[in-house]
Ligand binder design. Sequence first.
Ligand code: ADP
Ligand code: MG
Length: 244
Amino acid sequence: MTRPEIEVRGLHKSFGDNEVLRGIDLEIGQGEVVCVIGPSGSGKSTLLRCVNLLEEPTEGQVFVGGTEVTDPDVDIDAVRRRIGMVFQQFNLFPHLDVTGNLTLPQRRVLGRDRATAARIAAENLARVGLAEKADAYPASLSGGQQQRVAIARALAMGPEVMLFDEPTSALDPELVGDVLAVMRRLAREGMTMMVVTHEMTFAREVADRVVFMDGGVVVEDGSPERVIGDPQHERTRHFLSRLL
Ligand code: ADP
Ligand code: MG
């Protein structure tokens, strides 16, 4: 039995006296795709941010690839290098072209030389179907293309796991499909992924498991058929009925 790639144990997070995560336990195996769904304010983003230490948990443990990232002695930068994160807002560097966006973090954070960084940038742009946009500036790209560049930028760092926080929520509807297609491909390639999304078709078709959160706890955790198709809890049914 191999260890889970991501393991969350007894995770609590408070902001002041607002307890946002109230004891989360979660295991994600290598190559598994887990979609996290739930109402706004239920703690989905905070959970992702605790996994890559953008937020410091109040209590509990998080392990990534067997390393306890919540260990106070851990090298946070080394941990973050192993975890790619994609946000709703693409956060590209506007003054750099696409290649520059992909090479800068590789050079700064990983110390790769220019030629190596450029080669890996090109490989990952091809992976998201944007090889021809290498010299374009972000402002000249559609939102969907910008998000695919952001995914390629994260992939160029060679992460072991990818976290996505509502990656298609800021996109015009006609641009959502291209981004989801890239994520499907990543899933097929065996990437371990945690995806906060409201895209139920994606969750049904791509996720190995769906986690429904409400009020800072995991209410249901199971196959998409179970959690979306046959929810056991009233709160899940209520949430899903409002999406349809
Ligand atoms: P979701 O992603 O499910 O919509 P969030 O994790 O963003 O939920 O937020 C859950 C709760 O935590 C909200 O009530 C939000 O106001 C609060 N929260 C999130 N981040 C912070 C922060 N940095 N400081 C204070 N409160 C926060
Ligand atoms: Mg959120």
